[in-house]
Design a protein around this ligand. Structure first.
Ligand SMILES: NC(=O)c1ccc[n+]([C@@H]2O[C@H](COP(=O)([O-])OP(=O)(O)OC[C@H]3O[C@@H](n4cnc5c(N)ncnc54)[C@H](O)[C@@H]3O)[C@@H](O)[C@H]2O)c1
Length: 380
């Protein structure tokens, strides 16, 4: 074993089993699969499983999460990778369009980047695909009627909801906070924006690490749930003005903006765990006249000094903190193994014409959830 990628691939027992099976059954023979998902060690195993199933895989990453080591590994193993690490939206856009130029019959998307661009220039032969995340489903839902092929939403599998979003995101955001800041959690005040499945896990993991956690949630029903789960759900201003750590995980834009600058306590750390780097309005905050200087104070942490002398810290420039900071590990291998087993089985079902064409933006079929759950339990 000579790299972290091989450690991850060897530890992903479901995807390893599927890779061996696909090498025999070849569900993707003659098909091209275009992918736009984080290029990090866990996705390397996923893309190799698709290639083992006979696919020509044309891959690019997501904004600001591509790891060069993974790109090199994939290239060495016959995957066509477009581009490399970038935080430039224009470069990312060109990479996505280069994937679509291969006219893949199947798309594996994360955040709706590929599907949205496919609609700008549809091509014949497209038979459908998968969308990984909440933000992609939200973005594509208004476009649903324009698709004529199945798109299965991995996020909406109960397995993805509890195994990755609730359990793994919470744990990896806590791990990222510890790794980036090397600061404690005990007795710290943490404000978590969003109490969806990811926010629930983030709030629970910080509370389990002895932090005092407030939840800021737009939906009163979810706010009630957070309250009954024992979290402080008092008003936004008091949560923001006392928080040592402020975490956004909503899928929405401009959740924390320059208008909040007067509220932050000196020393507060801002982190985003939502998919798009738009939850904290970083450009608006950095260009605000009250921000007198911005310094790199530690890898992955920038410190903003305000005109009144307060100092506010920004992690990973507001990009997804568990995948964008220094030495990112992302979510646990087991959670991603489950999610990627769902991915491979869904793409297999579409390739085998086992999904109705009008199944656009629908959850993973129940038989696939049951199969993946049973297979995972059998590996234990
Ligand atoms: N970091 C990761 O590894 C990772 C993994 C999976 C998903 N995600 C991303 O995390 C985000 C959240 O995912 P989820 O599955 O929890 O979504 P969700 O839709 O289940 O929950 C989001 C919650 O945020 C609330 N919300 C929306 N706008 C808000 C605002 N302005 N203030 C406060 N609350 C607000 C909503 O009411 C909802 O309850 C998405 O962008 C998703 O793509 C990240």
């Amino acid at each position: 074993m000579n790299s972290r990628i091989e450690w991850v691939i060897e530890s992903s027992r479901l995807v390893a089993g599927i890779t061996s099976e696909f090498a025999r059954t070849r569900p993707f023979d003659g098909l091209t699969i275009g992918t736009g998902i984080h290029l990090e060690p866990k996705t390397a195993g996923l893309l190799l499983a698709l290639a083992a199933g006979g696919a020509r895989v044309v891959a690019t990453g997501n904004l600001n999460s591509t790891q060069q080591e993974t790109v090199d590994y994939l290239l060495a193993h016959g995957i066509q990778v477009i581009g490399g690490p970038t935080s430039d939206p224009e470069v990312h856009d060109a990479n996505l369009r280069a994937v679509l130029a291969a006219e893949p019959e199947l798309l594996l998307d994360n955040g709706g980047d590929l599907f949205a661009r496919y609609l700008e220039n549809p091509y014949p032969g497209f038979i459908g695909g998968t969308e990984e995340t909440t933000s992609g489903r939200t973005r594509l839902t208004p476009l649903r009627d324009r698709f004529t092929a199945p798109i299965l939403v991995i996020n909406d599998s109960p397995i993805k909801q509890f195994a990755e979003n609730r359990h793994a995101v919470g744990q990896s955001v806590l791990e990222s906070y510890l790794r980036l800041t090397n600061r404690s959690t005990q007795g710290k005040r943490v404000a978590v924006f969003g109490y969806g499945s990811c926010g629930e896990g983030v709030a629970a993991n910080f509370r389990n690490s002895y932090a005092q956690v407030s939840v800021l949630e737009a939906d009163p029903v979810k706010r009630l749930e957070a309250c009954l789960d024992g979290f402080d759900v008092s008003d936004r201003a008091s949560a923001l003005s006392t928080a040592d750590v402020i975490i956004t995980v909503t899928g929405a834009v401009d959740v924390v903006t320059a208008a909040d600058l007067p509220l932050f306590k000196s020393g507060a750390i801002l982190m985003n765990a939502g998919h798009f780097p738009l939850e904290i309005d970083v450009p608006g905050i950095l260009s605000h006249p009250d921000v007198t200087s911005v310094d790199q104070s530690s890898p992955g942490i920038e410190t903003l000094t305000l005109a009144d002398g307060r100092r506010v810290h920004l992690a990973a420039r507001g990009h997804m903190v568990n995948l964008a900071g220094p030495a990112p590990l992302g979510n646990s291998i087991e959670s991603m193994d489950l999610g990627f087993a769902l991915q491979t089985r869904c793409l297999e079902a579409i390739a085998r014409d086992a999904v109705a064409p009008n199944s656009t933006l629908v959850p993973v079929p129940r038989d696939i959830d049951e199969r993946v759950a049973s297979d995972f339990l059998a590996t234990r």
